[in-house]
Ligand binder design. Structure first.
Ligand code: M6R
Length: 607
């Protein structure tokens, strides 16, 4: 996820774009850049790190005559955070600058084609490919918009891009597919950005671009057309009433809620370029030149550990690789016996968690290959792992991790499929079903989230006064129970324990009384009858039970919460947001600081 902004107007563009970028910084902050035209000449300034670094560079420049420009704040997906990878990217002839949010899945193929035609690349990004593709398109098209239409029709993936060119010094062009792009309509000035707060101080009149549309703005005009046939689209100007702060949260009350609702998009992005069709194997080029491990040791903390515990059985079942899962703070101080063919897989959203990083270093010292599953490009874990696969979930602002776990689980599914295909252990039927089900997930999830939230809010009110909670599950639902308990305790400060439901009678059930409720996850799988029996054991001690079930499963409980079922293990992608929403709504109902719970930090860089 990155932030883009463009301005065409009568005021100095650079300070205005810098202000806009400040309110987009939550979308990415590893580098930033700006392009503008003065005397019809294109100029680009870029800096690594936070926006302050870019501001410092601009202080020494006279940019006061620029009234048109584009700006970008980056969250790396291709290429480490560095000036060369920062946007805007310039075409080889220096006349076109492009900013982009999204992922071009076929950029390697496009790059190869452009290299053959003599183009040179100075970055590792997909955006520089897109920029030169537009320049190449200009050679065989009559106009810049036609070149843009041609270029985006070659590109597969997601994009919200904005183009500034010396050829049309008064205009900005741009297009979107699966990444947000919104125009702001002003008086004698027009804006475009990936989010409304970027221009909210200047105008509340907005036009939302849809997939497959492209726009042209100047200071005094704006229009939207379809990429496919160049037909003009009649758009309505809408007026937004948000203030800047709520706009940054996309109108959601908290970042956590926004991030929960982002999960359909996170799934799409995580699968992009990796799961292409049932006829092609999973693509994880990061692992192609690495040996297939004989065993895997997953090492992680907190929510990332829970994701690993959920994914481990899939790697065993589909890829036939024995997997163990360990808490990083334990692993690092043991004397772990690593087998010569054993890979250590570290999972971390931030890529900076001290215990996970220390485990990575220990594993490497012992000669193990380390595979990193990480969200932050350029983080320590991403840099030090032998191979790193990015979850592509975008910045996670809320301290309570939500969308990161969703992306880690999706990546573990892909890894199990990938290794299963490479080893020939994966049944073709399983592959086809998994592929179809994964591709359907984002849309299904998007459809159910609003109603899921309503039900979570209703249940939260009824359970918020509990002092303690059990979360129970078996098999793949046990790690989900751990995650449900972790979310509830960290957000609402209600004591909560996740247990394998079969373990209850070995001690914990002694705690059950009418004031100690249990949330039991009883999905439509082979373990359902067992979980049902465990629920009855709790009820026999007069325990109150809230059961998460799939449609069609009969169960007697104080509250039954039905969530959709998906193929095989993928039902977890519906249970996870239900648990997240239950904790969110409970904490919000109790008036807790949802985005920044007490005593916690987003990234635990100390022991
Ligand atoms: O950045 P990491 O994934 O390495 O972080 C690991 C944990 O600190 C993190 O998941 C933590 O448990 C969250 N607060 C859970 O919501």
């Amino acid at each position: 996820m990155c932030g883009v902004i463009g301005y065409a107007g009568h005021r100095p563009a650079v300070p205005l774009i810098m202000d806009g970028l400040r309110s987009l910084e939550y979308r990415g902050y590893d580098s930033a850049g700006i392009a503008f035209l003065q005397n019809r000449k294109l100029d680009v300034v870029r800096a690594e790190g936070k926006l302050a670094n870019l501001s410092a560079m601009l202080v020494t420049r006279d940019v006061s005559h620029a009234t048109i420009g584009i700006g970008h704040t980056r969250w790396a997906t291709h290429g480490v955070p560095a000036v060369r990878n920062a946007h805007p990217h310039k075409s080889n002839d220096g006349t076109i600058a492009v900013i982009h949010n999204g992922i071009i899945e076929n950029y390697q193929e496009l790059k190869a084609m452009l290299l053959e035609r003599g183009y040179v690349f100075y970055s590792e990004t997909d955006t520089e490919v897109l920029t030169n593709l537009i320049a190449e398109g200009r050679k065989c098209n009559d106009s810049l918009p036609d070149a843009l239409r041609w270029a985006v029709s070659q590109a597969a993936g997601a994009y919200a891009l904005v183009v500034l060119s010396e050829e049309e010094p008064d205009a900005l062009y741009g297009a979107r597919l699966s990444s947000p792009l919104i125009m702001g309509v002003g008086t004698g000035e027009n804006f475009v950005a990936s989010d409304v707060p970027a221009f909210l101080p200047h105008t509340r009149n907005v036009v939302f671009l849809e997939d497959g549309e492209y726009f042209r703005i100047t200071a005094h005009s704006w229009e939207v057309r379809r990429v496919c046939d160049n037909e003009r689209v009649a758009k309505t100007v809408q007026t937004v009433q948000w203030d800047v702060q709520s706009a940054q949260k996309g109108g959601f009350k908290h970042f956590m809620l926004k991030e929960i609702f982002e999960q359909p998009k996170v799934l799409t992005d995580c699968l992009a370029g990796r799961l292409i069709s049932p006829d092609l194997p999973v693509r994880l080029p990061e692992l192609d030149n690495r040996p297939i491990p004989g065993r895997i040791r997953i090492v992680a903390c907190g929510t990332s550990y829970n994701a690993g515990a959920w994914g481990a059985p899939l790697l065993e079942a589909w890829a036939g690789i024995p997997v163990s899962v360990e808490i990083a703070s334990e692993f690092r101080y043991r004397d772990p016996l690593l087998q010569p063919d054993e890979a250590v897989m570290v999972i971390s959203q931030s890529g900076e968690t001290a215990d996970t990083l220390a485990s990575l270093r220990l594993a490497r010292e012992r000669g193990a290959m380390v595979i990193g599953i990480c969200n932050v490009v350029g983080s320590s874990i991403a840099r030090e792992a032998d191979a790193v696969i990015f979850t592509q979930a975008g910045p996670e602002i809320s301290v309570a991790s939500t969308k990161a776990m969703c992306s880690q689980m999706a990546l573990l599914v892909l890894l199990a499929l990938y290794y299963g295909q490479k080893k020939g252990t994966l049944d073709v039927g399983v592959w086809r079903e998994a592929c179809d089900a994964l591709r359907a997930l984002p849309t299904l999830l998007e459809g159910v989230l609003p109603e899921m939230r309503n039900r979570a809010a209703e249940l939260a009110k009824s359970y918020a006064q509990a002092k303690s909670f059990f979360f129970l599950g078996r098999g793949p639902c046990f790690p989900l129970a751990l995650e449900g308990a972790l979310k509830l305790k960290e957000l609402s400060y209600i004591h909560a324990e996740g247990y394998a439901s079969g373990e209850m009678k070995h001690g914990p059930i002694a705690l059950i009384d009418p004031d100690f409720p249990t949330l039991a996850i009883a999905l439509d799988d082979a373990l359902f009858p067992k979980v049902k029996s465990n629920i009855e054991e709790v009820q026999a001690r007069r325990g109150r039970v809230l059961a998460i079930v799939n449609p069609g499963r009969e169960l007697r409980a104080d509250d039954v919460w039905t969530v959709p079922a998906a193929w095989g293990p993928l039902s977890a992608f519906f249970v996870l947001p239900a648990l997240q929403l239950f904790s969110y709504e409970t904490a919000d109902y109790l008036g807790k600081d949802v985005d920044q719970p007490r005593n916690l930090a987003k990234s635990v860089t100390v022991e």
